[in-house]
Design a binder for this molecule. Sequence first.
Ligand SMILES: Cc1cc2nc3c(=O)[nH]c(=O)nc-3n(C[C@H](O)[C@H](O)[C@H](O)COP(=O)(O)O)c2cc1C
Length: 199
Amino acid sequence: MEPRAAAPRRLIIAITGATGAIYGVRLLQTLRKLGGVESHLLISSAGWLNIQHELELSREDVHSFADVVHSVRDVGASIASGSFATDGMIIAPCSMKTLASVAHGLSDNLITRAADVTLKERRRLVLMVRETPFNLAHLRNMTAVTEMGGVIFPPLPAFYNRPATIDQMVDDTVARVLDLFALGPAIAPAWQGLNNPAQ
Ligand SMILES: Cc1cc2nc3c(=O)[nH]c(=O)nc-3n(C[C@H](O)[C@H](O)[C@H](O)COP(=O)(O)O)c2cc1C
């Protein structure tokens, strides 16, 4: 029997309607820069509202950063099935509404279906949740996703890296998220200790 070809590396990126659309966009741009990973993009209606409000990017611009673009309504797409191999999924940013759907297994659109598939196939699912302050439903939903194996990764800046610009803050966070997928050598610089002169 012929040896099976290695599965292509694929990552699903979903942008939902929480503030911070830049995180999803920067993830796509970083994957494109690194190369070797096929990106699959999903954007909810509210995600589009925020892209228009927060970023000076057209629909075409955002689509051009991804290798494959899916409609959120297309629940028959490749990524709706566990038989389509991926390295996992990042929802960036993740609204409390999408968090709730994922926590309760409501596969009511392709974002929540793909997240459900990612969890059932025991692949890595990272939710860059964004809301403040949290109510008890938000906290319970984050607990439920964590219990199912998902990773709750709120995009909180690490001031110990002394970011000088918003771009740097976003890049630092995106590097940490991508490193969770071990797609190649670590992108985020490793902390060397407080007393290290290089720090
Ligand atoms: C400008 C703007 C900012 C928003 N920011 C947040 C937010 O930070 N977190 C959140 O959970 N929802 C936020 N929302 C509300 C969500 O967009 C709304 O709940 C929506 O139904 C989410 O749908 P989706 O998860 O399908 O994208 C915001 C909405 C708008 C218009």
